[in-house]
Design a protein around this ligand. Structure first.
Ligand SMILES: NC(=O)c1ccc[n+]([C@@H]2O[C@H](COP(=O)([O-])OP(=O)(O)OC[C@H]3O[C@@H](n4cnc5c(N)ncnc54)[C@H](OP(=O)(O)O)[C@@H]3O)[C@@H](O)[C@H]2O)c1
Length: 253
């Protein structure tokens, strides 16, 4: 899938500056880019690998379309949450035909604050973890020559500090590919500039099934993130792409 000529220049490039007033940009632009069901679920049920939609041929090619969008949207790295990697490990799904592999992104950046992952594939990998993660985990990263950064020593990674360090490493525009936990943490921190969703032609339902943004409930309307539609169009086989820029983000404590 290719965007219309001039689309990026007119609608995307300046997005990262909009919510930060006159301050010089010290973090990469953040684009959430996921595929979901029509009702906003990003997998079948807790602990299930969403690639099973693709393997079963029910995703309307939304998975492939979302991966192509990383290139079309100009992302120079992809962020993933730790639980996604844990789920992929415990519920492996073989795909007959591999989905498109983003070409422009220089790195696969995994936020593993608690140091839970035992790494096997390390090519292009950057791990973001906490300053107070176990020494064993740091030893693993160093023994496997994995590039890493540390940010924060509270319950979770300090997201603004992590983004500053990724900016210092040269990243200017990062795609976040989920899951809902990491997407939700960025939403509540007011750190999202654009949202790109590919809606697959399935409805999933469920009370605890991961959704696009999983985080604490809002107290009132003040915390709602206001969006402006940049584009929408059918993609794949019966999927729909919607692309928003964030007009107003309100960080929540
Ligand atoms: N459809 C799609 O496009 C798509 C894409 C990816 C994944 N998935 C599906 O999503 C599911 C996994 O999603 P998930 O939501 O359970 O997990 P996840 O987002 O992969 O993992 C949770 C992440 O959120 C972080 N986190 C949570 N609260 C935070 C906070 N307040 N501040 C900073 N970081 C915070 C966690 O940090 P710690 O590391 O410190 O715990 C962890 O990295 C899987 O079933 C997978 O198949 C779907």
């Amino acid at each position: 899938m290719r965007l219309k000529k001039g689309y990026r220049r007119n609608n995307i490039i300046k997005a990262g500056k909009r919510n930060r007033g006159d301050h010089a940009m010290t973090r990469p632009e953040i684009v959430v880019n996921v595929f979901s069901s029509a009702d906003g679920k990003i997998t079948t049920a807790p602990g299930r690998n969403v690639s099973e939609w693709t393997a079963a041929g029910v995703d309307g090619e939304a998975h492939d379309a979302a991966h192509r969008l990383y290139d079309d949207l100009g992302c120079d790295g992809l962020i993933s949450g730790s639980e996604t990697l844990m789920v992929y490990g415990s519920h492996w799904v073989d795909l007959e035909k591999a989905v498109y592999e983003p070409q422009k992104s220089k790195a696969y950046i995994v936020f593993d604050g608690k140091g839970r992952i035992n790494w096997h594939q390390t090519e292009g990998l950057i791990v973001v973890t906490k300053e107070n993660v176990s020494e064993d985990y740091i030893r693993q990263l160093e023994e496997k020559n994995i590039s890493y950064i540390q940010a924060g020593s509270g319950d979770f990674i300090d997201l603004p500090a992590a983004l500053e360090k990724l900016y210092e490493k040269g990243f200017r525009r990062l795609g976040i590919s989920g899951g809902g936990g990491v997407n939700g943490a960025f939403l509540r921190a007011g750190l999202i500039d654009e949202i790109s969703l590919v809606l697959a032609p399935v409805a999933v339902g469920g009370n605890t099934t991961p959704s696009i943004f999983d985080c604490s409930d809002l107290k009132d309307l003040e915390g709602v993130t206001e969006l402006e539609l940049l584009a929408s169009r059918p993609v794949g086989r019966g999927s729909v792409w919607v692309h928003y820029k964030v007009k107003k983000a309100v960080p929540q404590p």
